[in-house]
Design a binder for this molecule. Sequence first.
Ligand code: CU
Length: 127
Amino acid sequence: MLRIPLTLRRRMLLPMAGALASSVGVQAAELTFDLKIEHGQVAPNMRLIRVKQRDVVKLRWATDQPLTLHLHGYDIEQKVEAGTIAEMKFTARATGRFPVHLHDARERAGSHSHHEPPLVLIEVYPQ
Ligand SMILES: [Cu+2]
């Protein structure tokens, strides 16, 4: 009997797996992104993060000044201190575009405004 490597077998099954995807979570990945904030901005080539639904996403933030970050939609708020790495980890359950903004420490959660463009934009694609 011909033996097919597991990775190849998985790829061959994929077109048929669509209907099963909702129950078995086909090919969810764990993805880590290292993001550096300088002067309140992330480098242009790191401002768009694309993942797939069900991926486990880890954002590792470094900054040159203390900040509060807010991932909209998933509603995760994270403080970041200079000289340390702050991690934001979540499972990408909801699809769509989700901005990460800076929060002003003086503003209270729920009553904030976002006038500036987002630090990064996270796009979650359907599986
Ligand atoms: Cu916000």
